[in-house]
Design a binder for this molecule. Structure first.
Ligand code: LIP
Length: 276
């Protein structure tokens, strides 16, 4: 199926600006929260309302497109990722930030066409920062082109990490080990609380390396293409090519730093997983 990416971008820009107004108007209110996969995996009415608004808006124009949406998934609508045009949507990435009125909150929307992520939009409506990329056309923040920093080694890097919402002991051991290693060697450590936000920062050169395990396709799809189009590297920190459904990401300002960190984390993961 032929997809006009510029028309898709226009539609999604309009819809996410509208949705952004709703998120912004509620950021300082007290939220009613429900939990999902773990006791600290939250969803609010706003997540659900914004996802509905986005999906319905896209469906009106593209009735045959498919969707992988964070809240639809939680509600039991589990779409497989196929090669049909598929929108991968996180209506509020950084729900915990949103619940606490902390301003790193983003709408994240990626579009997969022919098994390839072709378009991404990350919009932080609180700070009014709108990131976008179309494959082959570069990345932009509020219409200005952006580039990764180009930093090549961990000892020169500002690093973003997340503790995530998975709390099993094995998982925590790996995450803690990796964070400890990064913190010991880098200039500093930040935790933005939103994968999309962290990826957008890698793309604009504010963060040199971001690694997270346990996240989902909707946290990564838009950021993947925005980092790549800004000149960055995105791989699987378990040592493979990046895969949208693998629940792991390592996004960096250069291939050199990705290789350096990747090697150390793979060794650590194998040790913890095999006890050797
Ligand atoms: C969040 C991610 C974040 C991760 C959280 C959660 P949500 O997404 O952006 O990086 O650490 O556990 O997955 O649930 O706010 O859309």
């Amino acid at each position: 199926e032929e997809v006009n990416l510029h028309e898709c971008l226009e539609l999604i820009t309009r819809l996410s600006r509208h949705a952004g107004k709703i998120i912004k108007s509620r950021i300082n209110e007290k939220k009613t929260i429900e939990t999902k996969a773990s006791s600290i995996d939250f969803v609010t009415e706003t997540d659900q309302e914004v996802e509905k608004l986005l999906i319905e808006g896209i469906k009106q124009k593209y009735p045959h497109h498919k969707f992988i949406g964070e809240e639809s998934f939680a509600a039991g609508i589990k779409e497989e990722l196929t090669c049909a045009p598929t929108w991968v949507i996180d209506p509020v990435d950084g729900t915990t930030n949103f619940v606490h009125s902390y301003p790193n909150v983003c709408i994240s929307i990626g579009l997969v066409v022919g098994c390839d992520i072709k378009l991404g939009v990350i919009y932080n409506p609180i700070l009014d920062m709108f990131f976008r990329a179309i494959k082959g056309e570069g990345s932009f923040l509020n219409d200005e082109p952006i580039k990764v920093s180009g930093v090549k080694q961990l000892t020169d890097a500002l690093v973003a990490v997340e503790f995530g919402s998975v709390r099993s002991e094995e998982f925590r051991n790996i995450v803690n080990h990796n964070i400890n290693y990064l913190a010991t060697n880098a200039h500093g450590i930040r935790s933005g609380g939103s994968a999309a936000w962290n990826l957008a920062q890698v793309a604009r050169g504010g963060i040199d390396l971001y690694m997270e395990m346990g996240i989902h396709a909707w946290d990564m799809a838009a950021g993947y293409i925005i980092v790549r189009e800004a000149g960055g590297t995105v791989i699987d920190p378990a040592g493979n090519d990046f895969k949208l459904m693998n629940r792991r990401i390592l996004a960096t300002s250069s291939t050199e730093i990705a290789e350096e960190v990747n090697l150390s984390t793979i060794i650590a993961m194998r040790k913890i997983l095999t006890g050797q």
